[in-house]
Design a protein around this ligand. Sequence first.
Ligand code: AHR
Length: 502
Amino acid sequence: MIHSAKMIVDKDFVIGKVDERLYGSFIEHLGRAVYGGIFEPGHSEADERGFRRDVLQMIRRLRVPIIRYPGGNFVSGYDWKDGIGPADRRPKRLDLAWGTIEPNRFGLNEFVDWAKAAGTDVMWAVNLGTQGIDDARNVVEYANHQCGTYWSDLRVTHGYPDPHKIKVWCLGNEMDGPWQIGHKTAAEYGRVALEAAKVMKWTDPSIELVACGSSSLGMPTFAEWEATVLDHTYDHVDYLSLHTYYGNPEDDTPTFLARSLQMDDFIRSVAAITDYVKAKKRSNRKMYLSFDEWNVWFHSLEADKQLDPWQTAPPQLEDIYTMEDALVIGCMLITLIKHSDRVKIACLAQLVNVIAPIMTENGGTAWAQTIYYPFLHASVYGRGNALVPLVQSPKYDTREITDVPYLETVAVHHEEQGEVTIFAVNRSLSEALSFEGDLRSFEKCEVVEHLVLENDNLKAVNTSIRPNNVVPHSAGDAQAEGTQVQARLSPASWNVIRLRVK
Ligand code: AHR
């Protein structure tokens, strides 16, 4: 049996303009993300600053517009001052978040330099775990104030006469989580986030701030946390954060592929809570969302338990991603695009070695994991106006999630380029899907390319030895006649149908 499904889009029915920061990512001082990932002095690919050129090249290809740094859980115990000034005089510290030793050879200025080389902006998270409002305003002054004050002049003496102009700042990380250093109740966090927000914006009024939402939809404090935090901070912050990671520990692929429906629900719920607070405050400002941690994370959980503590840059959270993980990432990307009216920033967590699309060997090669490809396609072709998708698809049920459409899809219209790109996942593991795209408001469509990521083995992975085991091909069969597009979407496949439109 072959399934059939249909999508109708109209260029005048727009969800929103996709903010390019939807394709952001995240680098934490964790495992080998920094040391041995982006920074490895002495490596044959390292430049004079120790930045790995092979990794930079792979990141530039992804066109990542913004990268969150330096954590994550790490930031809640981090003193940013340990990472500035002469590198050989910086202290080594215990990192209590991940049970490692942080050498501080790489810090704020190195990251800003590295981000420039990667063609990306910095999204800096301040520590609201062990530190407070004074440190939050000082780091803004150090990074963004021109000169003539203690912290800005210190930056100048460190060799950076021009301010870094870091625009987006996170007010701590996952402060609702008991695992967090300096974990707080919603009221405690709301108060400190508000006071930090005030002094940070007084120091530099051009910055944008992200308040911490819940660490996941499953947190017992979810919803009440958001409402309370926003009660305190609504008028002073620009975004509320969401985080989510999915896994397939029980090897239940149909449910795993349906997880993005929960992500969809999470976004809708958080948007509703922010609107509730907006109404309560009679505010005219809409609160936008920053989905600043999202990914698949479960493969490495057991291995991480075996690691000895107090190592420097051990191989932590090194998930090796399968074909089916790439499909989940594809569905999550489509979900984010479908909410591009509300979600303005999203960060694939993370970028190198740690639950990452890019892997490296210390002293060796770098390669792309399976999940690199849907992220690449969405980032490169998913910019423009996201169009409202009217979708008719057969559905399936799992024990946990019901009414799961086999077809997950959205289209993005790049007006200037005269292109529409359709992203589509066929969730069926056994049946191909006969896809019909109806682009009735255009005059004519022509297929430029139909990219497909598929593999007979859903557990297939890429490794340093077989880096091209799972890679996309462009032999998809999409065809257009007038404004009607037809394609066969293979079982369990990620598809990118690029159309030239008039
Ligand atoms: O990305 C890995 C960790 O996941 C982050 O440090 C934390 O914020 C989240 O729990």
